[in-house]
Design a protein around this ligand. Sequence first.
Ligand code: ZN
Length: 292
Amino acid sequence: MPFVSAKEMLIKASKEKYAVGAFNITSIVQLEAILEAATEMKAPVIIQTSVTPAKFLQPEVIVAVCSVLAQSADIPVCLHLDHCTEVSFCKKCADLGFTNIMFDGSRLNYEENIKLTREVSDYCHQKGDITVEGELGTVAGVEDQIKVTEDEAQLCNPDIAVDFVKRSGIDLFGPAIGTAHGVYKTENPVIDTERLFKIHKKLNYPEIQTPLVIHGGTGLKEEVVRELVKNGGAKYNVSTNLKHILIDSIYEYISTHPDEYDPVRIDSHMKKATKERIKYWIDLLGSNGMAK
Ligand SMILES: [Zn+2]
């Protein structure tokens, strides 16, 4: 089917208390693996790229490949630009056919974040059914070129969240609640699920209006993931885990087949490992069978 709007997909998820996996890609084979796994699981899915891989693969190419594959897949698919700090690149990707754009102004001061996020929201909404994600507070770790130390990370204040969402015009909201990009440094990171629920109540009761996004989804315990979904997380981002699967599976294949020079076999091995991992996430997030 053609691409669909993330907002509609995520309002359904939020109402029915599951989350849609939003998987970051750095290669086309990975993209194919994600769509095949989601199709086999009959799960709605979001494909996303951060800015560096989007520029490397070229946004035109990502849109072309993803839309051809989505057309033949029998599940709802969105294409999302993740953590973009440049207004002009947000607009470019919206022009080229991305269905969702995240403007990341979380490092800016509050008013500047609102102003630039609003510029992206207005542009995307005028173009049509393109949804916009914004972030408030800062998620620790490194995502693409944006590095935030744990001391700099600030959790999102629920009252300010309401003002931010209203004034920035965003459709999806990623509040900082203690999750981190990359690999967690402690075994039991403190994740403020209560804060997430407070924000969810303020924004989405009695009616779901602004579905919530969980950043830094790699490396949390399964019960924490379920708790986040239960407390309002509707879009669940997984990036680091897929990078590890890609590199580890390729490394494993090459080290066990040192005399073989067949790139298709290496890619097939990586694709199989990625598919298995995507199925794990879909199952954990509860989106299995939800592509209706
Ligand atoms: Zn993120």
